[in-house]
Design a protein around this ligand. Structure first.
Ligand code: C5P
Length: 232
């Protein structure tokens, strides 16, 4: 059963559909059903299945298209236009592309008011020491905000500092979520669901802890319960 606190939190939980084929993605969608408000479609699935899969997931859920665009400003702006036309509610580019690229991306995104454009700051898998990651993430967050983006992808270790610097309305999306005795795998700067919410992350991105769980729906509900508890 999905309880009240969890019902609110489900709109802050994004499950990463890191699976190879549309059939796997739709099976997972059906299994998680109303426990989850968002699905994240990343490189693997989008390269294999493209816009048709985005349309299928959008029938019941919001979609974060995680393609981390990083190219010359004109090329990124054109790609943002194509993504916006798919009707996704969130899209990202990589802040490493620089100020001009971010500004061009934001300009293109402005034609799609339903879509939040966010910038990846420092990958949660980057082994950079914590202090350095925070400094780089903060600098890139301010650059993204100045360029007109709605928020950033950052680890749970950086969300609070970014909120302080950029304001509560500037979105923070946090992958690298692990809890209990879950393995870090390739992630480095991890946070648990409660810690990420308490630290000020607006959205939590969870992949393998749900995808590889014996019961993915139970794992999603467990994450939601921890998020709800941290939210008070
Ligand atoms: O399986 P796991 O929970 O580690 O998956 C995290 C998801 O978030 C993956 O789809 C990964 O591509 C994505 N992601 C990330 N770090 C970022 C941006 C996106 O881990 N900075």
């Amino acid at each position: 059963m999905v309880m009240d606190g969890e019902r609110v939190m489900k709109n802050r939980l994004m499950v990463a559909l890191d699976v190879p084929h549309a059939a796997d993605a739709l099976a997972l969608r059906d299994r998680l059903g109303d426990a989850v408000g968002w699905f994240k479609i990343g490189l693997r699935l989008f390269v294999a299945e493209g816009p048709q899969l985005v349309a299928a997931i959008r029938r019941q859920h919001r979609v974060f298209l995680d393609l981390k665009f990083h190219d010359i400003p004109n090329t990124v702006a054109q790609a943002v236009e194509s993504a916006g036309a798919l009707g996704v509610e969130m899209l990202n580019v990589h802040a490493g592309g620089g100020e001009q690229m971010l500004a061009s991306a934001a300009g293109a995104a402005a034609s799609f008011p339903q879509m939040k454009l966010i910038a990846v700051t420092v990958l949660t898998s980057d082994p950079m020491p914590s202090d350095q990651a925070r400094e780089v993430a903060l600098r890139r967050a301010k650059m993204a905000q100045d360029a007109g983006l709605h928020g950033v992808v950052c680890s749970g270790h950086e969300a609070a500092a970014i909120k302080r610097a950029c304001g509560a309305g500037f979105l923070t999306v946090t992958p690298g979520i692990r809890w209990g005795d879950q393995a870090l795998q390739d992630q480095q700067r991890v946070a648990d669901p409660a810690g990420a919410i308490a630290g000020g992350s607006d959205y939590l991105v969870v992949g393998r802890p749900i995808l590889q769980a014996p019961d993915p729906r139970a794992a999603a509900l467990e994450a939601l319960a921890m998020m709800a508890a941290a939210n008070g």
